[in-house]
Design a protein around this ligand. Structure first.
Ligand SMILES: Cc1cc2nc3c(=O)[nH]c(=O)nc-3n(C[C@H](O)[C@H](O)[C@H](O)COP(=O)(O)O)c2cc1C
Length: 219
């Protein structure tokens, strides 16, 4: 376990892409341990309606990586001219580094020692806001706890949703009943190269928080 104080753990758990160690195997036992920690997160009526798929067969990892890259291509195709300097995220501090980091993961996803695909029970497409909030709120926290548990043990991941453009394809590959479960994302699991990570840019509290009343703030 790394010697990290609670706030250090919370503020330095990054989306790790360039510093994932794609050559070092990750024991299943370690993944089980992180899942056990993650499962302590709150979930609606404590129904534990989630399912989790861990992929560590290299052939399936490679096939999944192909779906991920195809999904990102699908997404990029929807952007039309809104790419590069015109991308909505281009003005974010460090955007250039994010782009090269995303590309690095794309180039190496197939080498991930393992992948995690959390599933929430049901489909969300036609639910009202109450049910959507309840569904996502019943699993996102567990996934983030999984990230924190990884970080505490010298491992890391990157939150990715790119493959969702081809969600059904991944469901078929992994035998997930697509009509009954929604995939939450796709998360590489690997040791990190070094364990020193720093807090990242976020908009300051005063810019995004209203006290007692909504405040629009800067765009
Ligand atoms: C909902 C969501 C979807 C994301 N999808 C992707 C993705 O498909 N590919 C990727 O490389 N990063 C993805 N990211 C990671 C973000 O780009 C990352 O959080 C951002 O670069 C900030 O870095 P940090 O998390 O280390 O602060 C996603 C993050 C979130 C929260």
């Amino acid at each position: 376990m790394l010697d990290l104080k609670p706030d250090e753990l919370l503020t330095t758990t990054r989306s790790v892409r360039k510093r994932l160690d794609f050559d070092r195997p990750v024991p299943r036992q370690l993944i089980r341990e992180c899942l056990e920690v993650a499962f302590q997160a709150p979930n609606g009526s404590n129904m534990n309606a989630w399912r989790w798929v861990v992929v560590d067969d290299p052939k399936l990892v490679a096939a999944t990586a192909e779906i991920y890259n195809g999904g990102l291509d699908d997404f990029i195709a929807t952007l039309g001219g809104a790419t590069g300097e015109n991308y909505t995220g281009a003005a974010v501090p460090g955007a250039e580094r994010i782009a090269t980091s995303v590309q690095h993961l794309r180039d190496n996803f197939h080498r991930s020692p393992a992948l995690l695909v959390p599933l929430l029970a049901g489909r969300c497409e036609n639910l009202n806001a109450f049910f959507q909030a309840s569904q996502w709120g019943s699993i996102i926290q567990a996934v983030w706890s999984f990230f924190l548990a990884l970080r505490a043990r010298g491992l890391g991941s990157a939150w990715t949703t790119g493959h969702m453009w081809r969600e059904k394809q991944l469901a078929e590959l992994l035998g997930i009943p697509h009509q009954q479960f929604t995939q939450v994302g796709l998360f590489p699991i690997a040791y990190t190269l070094g364990t020193d990570f720093a807090p990242a840019y976020r908009k300051p509290v005063d810019e995004v928080v209203g006290w007692n009343q909504f405040e629009a703030g800067a765009p």
